[in-house]
Design a protein around this ligand. Structure first.
Ligand code: GLA
Length: 390
């Protein structure tokens, strides 16, 4: 494979020839529907995509690890000792690698030597396609493979999420790591984030494709705004729990049940946040049922409603994502479009008839560039398998 051949040259240049070089691939993810529901105990419906992170890995005899990213050549080789790792700003992007190593170690899976690693990513950075989860699960799989820890994928997914929460400080839910680790070719995953029960749902789009459109918005402060949304939902839940102690999370309620309880939430903004969490969860279940009944039009309509709710109730879209979605809704042959991932920038996901993709790109590129001042990028997504050794 061309990518690995190119990586091999870089590997030799940076680390010298190595006899025992292993190859890995870890995908990114796109969420079709179910946004900001994972940490609210609701359902999500993501899939792993063929854009992702490639790694060439060679075990070392000592305890040192050296990592080099071909995408971030200016950061050079980043080095650390394998045991007792702590977050360091000098580690930069490699904190995702270090964090996963440290989290596995704390859970009893201690590495007994280090590695030389070259990374090459095809996921655009900051596009909301989970390049960080891709790197975390990749690291967990490399360690599990080399040290025979015997962890199953769901355990590695949970540890990767923990690394992101505790080592990096992003209080994310489990969706991204789960989609990356558990992805399956041509399938989306319906995951109940409360119980971690999941099932695969075959995606047959009958002459249509999943198109990802990247806002290309320069990096914004996603972490603080994201953590704030999460706190608002948790605070609102506490207020409702005061009158309904058996309620564990927002994912347990129907829309009608929520409408009865909303009066117990004092803060008007928190009412909206919680309303989104409940409605988006119900919408996700409805959308999966529609897709499985081959009712693509209904699925598209629910994608639209999801975006509107993320804009009006959850306030995580912003002018860039709204512009992309609003332009997409007007294109004939675009079945549905919405923001995907955390929001505040990043990407939209759209389902577009194959015959309309060129028109879709040109209408959006023109309209978006005119309004925002720079162009978006487009990727037609293939649904891929989860993280694996190649
Ligand atoms: C980010 C987080 C996920 C999820 C989404 C929003 O991608 O990492 O856990 O909360 O935002 O749905």
């Amino acid at each position: 494979m061309q990518i690995f051949d190119d990586m091999q040259k870089v590997f030799e240049e940076k680390f010298g020839a190595a006899a025992d070089v292993q190859k890995y691939f870890s995908p990114g993810r796109v969420n079709l529907i179910g946004e900001h529901t994972d940490y609210n105990g609701g359902n999500v419906f993501p899939c792993a995509i063929s854009l992702g992170t490639y790694a060439l890995v060679s075990p070392r005899n000592d305890n040192k690890t050296r990592v080099y990213s071909m995408n971030l050549a200016d950061k050079g080789i980043i080095e650390f000792e394998m045991n007792g790792l702590k977050y360091k700003s000098d580690y930069d992007w490699a904190n995702y690698v270090a964090g996963t190593i440290a989290t596995l170690e704390q859970a009893g899976s201690r590495a007994s030597h280090g590695f030389d690693i070259v990374i090459y990513g095809t996921l655009p950075a900051g596009a909301g396609l989970s390049s960080s989860a891709s790197l975390e699960v990749l690291t967990a799989v490399i360690l599990n493979e080399n040290f025979n820890f015997g962890l199953d994928m769901v355990e590695m997914v949970k540890l990767s999420q923990k690394a992101e929460n505790e080592f990096v400080g992003m209080n994310c839910g489990i969706m991204d790591q789960f989609a990356v680790g558990m992805g399956k070719k041509d399938c989306a995953i319906l995951l109940d984030c409360n119980t971690l029960k999941y099932r695969y749902s075959k995606i047959k789009l009958d002459g249509a494709s999943i198109v990802i459109t990247n806002t290309n918005k320069p990096h914004s402060l996603v972490t603080s705004a994201y953590n704030e949304r999460r706190q608002q939902c948790e605070h609102a839940l506490k207020e409702v729990q005061a009158v309904k102690p058996e309620l564990k999370n927002w994912g347990e309620l129907t829309n009608a049940e929520f409408d009865e309880l909303v009066k117990y939430i004092t803060d008007p903004l928190e009412k909206l946040r919680a309303r989104h969490a409940v409605r988006e969860n119900q919408r996700t279940l409805e959308a999966v049922a529609a897709l499985e009944n081959n009712d693509l039009q209904k699925f598209g309509k629910l994608m639209h409603d999801s975006h509107v709710s993320l804009c009006e109730d959850y306030d995580v879209t912003g002018v860039e994502l709204d512009t992309l979605a609003e332009l997409a809704w007007k294109v004939k042959g675009c079945i549905g479009s919405r923001m995907t991932g955390a929001g505040f920038g990043g990407s939209t996901v759209s389902i577009v008839e194959n015959s309309a993709i060129e028109e879709f790109k040109s209408v959006i590129e023109n309209g978006y560039t005119k309004r925002i001042g720079y162009a978006p990028s487009f990727y037609v997504a293939d649904i891929s398998d989860g993280t694996h050794k190649v």
